[in-house]
Design a protein around this ligand. Structure first.
Ligand SMILES: *Cc1c(COP(=O)(O)O)cnc(C)c1O
Length: 371
């Protein structure tokens, strides 16, 4: 089976973790590798602070908590996203308000935001889906006009940029994931980035049980969301190859574009002129006139030894959120369609040219057999 993803782990990561063990740096409370990873990550993005945590979900949770978003508040977010985005609001009693997607980048449609704002709206969480950035320059104008906090969900967009500026440097607090299949990985892990000194301190406080002086007296409900030093050591090694990984992913996308280009009624991943897409995963959408459904096509590919994965179930369709008192029914026909017709192809950086050609030939074969 050609897997949808395989992490780029080499001797550097193995040696870094071993060295960390030899130094006795095993916890998330001490260890030079945590600071080193945070510093390297912040410098890479060009932002002031990066605070390492133990997952992307924890990063989002802390961002919402630190901005004091609470029960009854509304948070606008990309409808097409991982449930973790909405859970960050949910666990604080806040309402997720889904914003429908646009057709070409599959990111949230900025033209819809203003019509969804109410007096309860506190924040916007744009998700840079599959590695294509949201037009953050435009989004910040809308957010500033309405005095809304922005939390970027960058779980899929490490290194993606907007007119040369990195995702994860626009919002008040921004969240990355280093889960096993993300652009760079620490197995499990996350990062909160910010240019705000006070918020950076607050995130560090909340990450570590909100310890204050005198020790063991607590004013706030914190969490243990610390990233273990072993993970951070792996992260440092991954930072050394992030640009190589992104270059490989961009090459992969170019090869897919070429191999799939002449297949009718198959919409391919794009890159806007102002954007740098890191193609976390290479997505495609099966148009209505394609001779077989997305599910039948994916089944055909599976039988041929090719693993695929569907796009996310949009937040407007989540049973969990729809049961929440105060949830607003927002129609998201584009996100619904992406859920029904979108999927991503194997996107590991070790994928060979021949494998890409094989995958394209199988999609073409499925289409021809069905028509
Ligand atoms: C992966 C992902 C997350 C969650 O990150 P974890 O590290 O798995 O907790 C959140 N948002 C998006 C868009 C993701 O893709």
């Amino acid at each position: 089976m050609i897997p949808v993803f395989s992490p780029a782990i080499g001797e550097e990561e193995i040696q870094a973790v071993i060295a960390c063990l030899r130094r006795g740096e095993i916890s998330g409370s001490f260890g030079q590798s945590i600071h080193e990873f945070e510093r390297k990550f912040a410098d890479y993005l060009g932002c002031k602070h990066a605070v390492a945590v133990n997952s992307g979900t924890a990063a989002l949770h802390l961002a919402v908590d630190a901005l004091e978003i609470r029960a009854g508040d509304e948070v606008l977010m990309s409808s097409s996203t991982n449930i973790a985005t909405a859970l960050a609001a949910y666990h604080h009693g806040a309402i997720s308000v889904p914003v429908d997607s646009e057709n070409d980048t599959w990111n949230l449609n900025l033209d819809l935001i203003e019509s969804l704002i109410t007096p309860k709206t506190r924040a916007i969480i744009p998700v840079h889906i599959l590695g294509h950035p949201v037009d953050m320059d435009k989004l910040m104008v809308i957010a500033d006009k309405h005095n809304l906090a922005v939390i970027e969900d960058c779980a899929e967009s490490h290194g993606a940029s907007v007119r040369g500026r990195m995702t994860g440097t626009y919002g008040k607090l921004n969240c990355f994931s280093f889960y096993a299949n993300k652009v760079i990985t620490t197995g499990e892990g996350g990062m909160v980035t910010t240019n705000d000194d006070t918020l950076a301190e607050k995130i560090k406080l909340l990450r570590n049980l909100a310890f204050i002086e005198p020790r063991f007296k607590h004013e706030r409900a914190g969490y243990n969301f610390r990233m273990p030093a072993l993970q951070a050591a792996m992260g440092v090694a991954q930072m050394g190859k992030i640009e190589t990984i992104i270059a490989d992913k961009r090459k992969l996308a170019a090869r897919y574009n070429e191999a799939l280009g002449n297949i009718k009624d198959l919409q391919l991943a794009t890159e806007q002129s102002w954007a740098r897409n890191v193609y976390w995963m290479y997505g495609v959408v099966v148009n209505e006139d394609f001779p077989l459904s997305r599910d039948r096509l994916c089944h055909y590919l599976k039988e041929s030894g090719i693993e695929t994965r569907t796009f996310f179930c949009p937040m407007n369709q989540q049973p969990l959120l729809r049961r929440q008192p105060g949830f607003r029914e927002v129609h998201c026909p584009v996100a619904d369609r992406l859920w029904e017709r979108g999927f991503y192809l194997p996107s590991g950086t070790d994928l060979t040219n021949d494998q890409i050609k094989f995958i394209a030939s199988k999609i073409r074969e499925a289409s021809m057999r069905a028509s």
